[in-house]
Design a protein around this ligand. Structure first.
Ligand code: 5GP
Length: 125
């Protein structure tokens, strides 16, 4: 089964400039912006600019340059918003949701950076 991308999803609209966003950082291949409904004092979404549905799509089909750029941006933001311990923070969590069991709402691959408070254990049952 091939990956199928819905170009009308909300992050595609953000990338096209149809919907405004609170940009934190931008690079050649990636965009980072604040989540509209933050789960913690720091809640930033990092997305690739190309059309990938989820992590396994990105990991399988993105170029090395896109993958490096994405990961460098994630790491840079953890430092810049001050959640990384090296930047004096108390840590953070990275989350990516995929599909219905992962409860993915927006079908454009994104990584959540969440921090700024004690987050508790990873999964509630
Ligand atoms: P998911 O459940 O797909 O992993 O997460 C989607 C995230 O996108 C949610 O945390 C939600 O608050 C965020 N979100 C949904 N619509 C918008 C929007 O229009 N702008 C921004 N900045 N975030 C959005």
């Amino acid at each position: 089964m091939a990956y199928s991308y819905d170009s009308e999803n909300i992050f595609a609209k953000i990338l096209r400039g149809d919907i405004p966003n609170d940009t934190v950082a931008e690079s050649e291949y990636s965009l980072a912006f604040r989540d509209i409904n933050p789960a913690a004092p720091e809640h930033i979404l990092v997305i690739p600019k190309q059309a990938y549905v989820n992590f396994d799509h990105f990991g399988a089909e993105a170029s090395d340059a896109e993958i490096v750029d994405f990961n460098r941006m994630l790491a840079k933001i953890t430092r810049e918003v001050g959640v990384a311990q090296v930047a004096g923070g108390e840590g953070y969590r990275l989350i990516t949701n995929a599909g219905s069991h992962g409860v993915q709402d927006v079908p454009h691959f994104h990584m959540h950076i969440i921090g700024g408070r004690q987050l508790g254990r990873m999964i509630s049952t």
